[in-house]
Design a protein around this ligand. Structure first.
Ligand SMILES: Cc1cc2nc3c(=O)[nH]c(=O)nc-3n(C[C@H](O)[C@H](O)[C@H](O)COP(=O)(O)OP(=O)(O)OC[C@H]3O[C@@H](n4cnc5c(N)ncnc54)[C@H](O)[C@@H]3O)c2cc1C
Length: 398
């Protein structure tokens, strides 16, 4: 009987892991993906949706045809319980047995972080980005001050910065630039920390960008409440707004916590550098679902962003190790998250910054930030290329 590989999640991590295993093992393996979403969503484009620059179908595609083409079984449903001893996963569509399991169920918003966050606009899911578009259109009818931010324990700072600079660009287009106050409030100890302890020159560059765009920076701030008209900081100050977009922290999916010993306090799965779980050799976790300890402390807690490039790398590492195990060998590929290269383009509407480093987290030997308008075009090209690559299932392309 062929080895059975079961993958939970069909996004960057799950789609890559499933198709990487399929391409490496051919017909020697039976691959099944269970995904709560029936579409792949290219999250990096969500920053553009509220401004009407992208719609739902521009940034997503249906998963079923991609998996069918690559002979991967696809189940549209949610996993509800993992039983590593019985090698079984319970799902809303029935139970599935496996020989190797890959957990790639990503994140959910942790909206309990601050009172009022449940009612506040954010862009961290497709539905959130659509709702934020409605708020933006109401704002254009009745403009006022704007607050963009990321709460304590947030990790997705890149998206917050991209949205901030895109907002500034859109304010200019709407003739509102300089007429309304634009504030960035963040848990980061300084602008340009990004949750990765910064990059050479990042602090200066972000300050320069902010000054040029007339953005007030409130760094090292925790929020105590988000009211419909004001963000209340822990020090008691109130930042009034007519439009706000706040990035919350993420958590792992709740069902994983039902399995004793599988997840940490954040709901993420602790893994070894092979992406096998700490406890079970035949259970892997990749992408946002995999735990990454924060290697430093900041006055206000921040998380580490788990971006697309390391996610795809982790998925390939797990796939190679599953191939080893299927072939009767010990897993031979190991790549710690911190040592994976960082490649990121931060868009600013018609400008941007490319960030390239040899390692996601310090110590780094090489790291560079390149600002300039070419980065907006590079981000659009990255979007088109990534969506085409994922849709075609050509996950082994760079
Ligand atoms: C707004 C935003 C902007 C970003 N911008 C960038 C960027 O510019 N560059 C970059 O590199 N990265 C960016 N990222 C990060 C990038 O999106 C993540 O690295 C990537 O989404 C991680 O993929 P993942 O598969 O691990 O998790 P996710 O994308 O969270 O996918 C998890 C999948 O699991 C499914 N799932 C959840 N629960 C279950 C369940 N119980 N059973 C079955 N399936 C389940 C979900 O439906 C989803 O399909 C951004 C993220 C956000 C939110």
């Amino acid at each position: 009987m062929s080895a059975r590989v079961l993958v939970l999640g069909g996004s960057f991590a799950g789609l890559t892991a499933a198709l990487s295993v399929r391409s490496r093992l051919g017909s020697d393996v039976d691959v099944t993906v269970v995904s709560a979403a029936d579409r792949f969503v290219f999250n990096p484009s969500l920053i553009w949706m509220p401004f009407g620059r992208r719609g739902r179908t521009d940034v997503s595609f249906p998963l079923a045809p991609t998996f069918a083409r690559r002979k991967v079984n696809f189940v549209h449903g949610a996993a509800t319980y993992v039983d590593p001893e019985a090698h079984r996963v319970e799902t809303t569509e029935g139970n599935l047995d496996y020989d190797y399991l890959v957990i790639a169920t990503g994140y959910r918003n942790d909206l309990d972080v601050v009172p009022g966050m449940h009612e506040t606009s954010t862009i961290t899911t497709l539905a959130d980005a659509e709702r934020t578009g409605e708020a933006w259109r109401r704002f254009l009818d009745e403009p006022g001050d704007v607050v963009i931010g990321a709460t304590q324990r947030a990790s997705c700072f890149g998206a917050a910065y991209e949205f901030l600079f895109n907002t500034s660009y859109q304010l200019r287009r709407a003739g509102l630039h300089g007429k309304v106050r634009l504030t960035y409030v963040t848990a980061e100890p300084y602008a340009g920390h990004f949750g990765i302890d910064g990059m050479p020159g990042a602090r200066t560059l972000m300050k320069l960008f902010a000054r040029k765009e007339g953005i007030a920076l409130e760094t090292g701030q925790a929020m105590s409440e988000i009211r419909p008209d004001a963000v209340v900081l822990a020090d008691g100050r109130e930042l009034g707004y007519r439009f706000a977009m706040i990035v919350p922290p993420f958590r792992g999916q709740d069902f994983l916590a039902k399995t004793p010993g599988l997840v940490d306090a954040g709901g993420y799965v602790p893994v070894r550098p092979t992406y096998q779980t700490e406890r079970w050799d035949d259970v892997y976790a990749v992408g946002i679902a995999a735990a990454v300890p924060v290697p430093w402390t900041t006055a206000i807690p921040t998380g580490v962003p788990k971006t697309g490039f390391p996610t795809e790398q982790q998925a390939h590492v797990a796939a190679k190790n599953i191939v080893d195990q299927v072939r009767g060998r010990a897993p031979s590929t190991a790549r710690e998250f911190a040592r994976i290269p960082a490649l990121c383009i931060m868009d600013a509407g018609n400008n941007g910054v490319a960030m390239i480093a040899d390692h996601m987290l310090p110590p780094r030997r090489a790291a560079i930030m390149v600002p300039g308008p070419q980065n907006h075009l590079a981000k659009v090209a990255f979007e088109k290329y990534s969506l085409a690559k994922m849709r075609a299932g050509l996950v082994r392309l760079p």
